[in-house]
Design a binder for this molecule. Sequence first.
Ligand code: ATP
Ligand code: NCN
Length: 195
Amino acid sequence: MQKKIGLYFGTFNPVHMGHLAIANHMVEFSDLDEVWMVVTPLNPLKKKRTLLEDHHRLEMVYLATEDYDHIQPSNIEFGLPQPNYTVNTLAHLEEKYPEYNFALIMGEDNLNTLHKWKNHEVILERFEVFVYPRITSAVLKDEFQNHPKITKLDAPIMEISSTFIRNAVKNGKRITPLLPHKVWEYIDEMNFYKL
Ligand SMILES: Nc1ncnc2c1ncn2[C@@H]1O[C@H](COP(=O)(O)OP(=O)(O)OP(=O)(O)O)[C@@H](O)[C@H]1O
Ligand SMILES: O=C(O)c1ccc[n+]([C@@H]2O[C@H](COP(=O)([O-])O)[C@@H](O)[C@H]2O)c1
């Protein structure tokens, strides 16, 4: 049987316990064999402001996942044109790994903006999408309600965000439980997000 890989795309600026809990939940409670956390250099809908360099964000994902055999960091988008359109990355991955079957993982906030993604209809035609619950006030577009390719997970909600972490670090707060320990140490040693 083909190995099934869950692609968890993100800016991960920085990766936090919410991300790790989601990746782990997917490995433990779905039919995915592995989760790849794909570090995106530039989300087409986000500004580059406050963005740490790609290799630092990748290093933090590496530090966060090194004790988890079925969760891998991926830098596949580093060599692709920016901004990073997911549909292009998926085509590249399918060509590079014809032996794997890919699915997508995203938080509910991203599902609410999926209609703005390049060729999102093509993505939904070809790939299963697992959506992790998140508190959001947005109303889901009709086209995504009860969509056969979208599975909403019944999983614990964790309202941690990278934005909250960056602001907390800037304000001198010790928020160690919100980050994998080695990620906290890396941020602290490198003086990230302090200015
Ligand atoms: N606490 C969370 N619960 C559910 N999904 C989440 C959570 N945090 C992030 N995600 C999802 O993880 C993916 C990567 O998220 P991202 O790197 O943008 O993190 P973030 O914490 O939302 O960052 P930022 O605050 O900088 O926007 C997205 O699909 C996002 O929806
Ligand atoms: O392909 C698109 O048009 C598109 C539009 C918005 C976001 N994405 C991708 O969604 C992923 C999650 O982004 P983020 O910044 O919320 O972590 C990231 O890989 C982005 O490149 C992709």
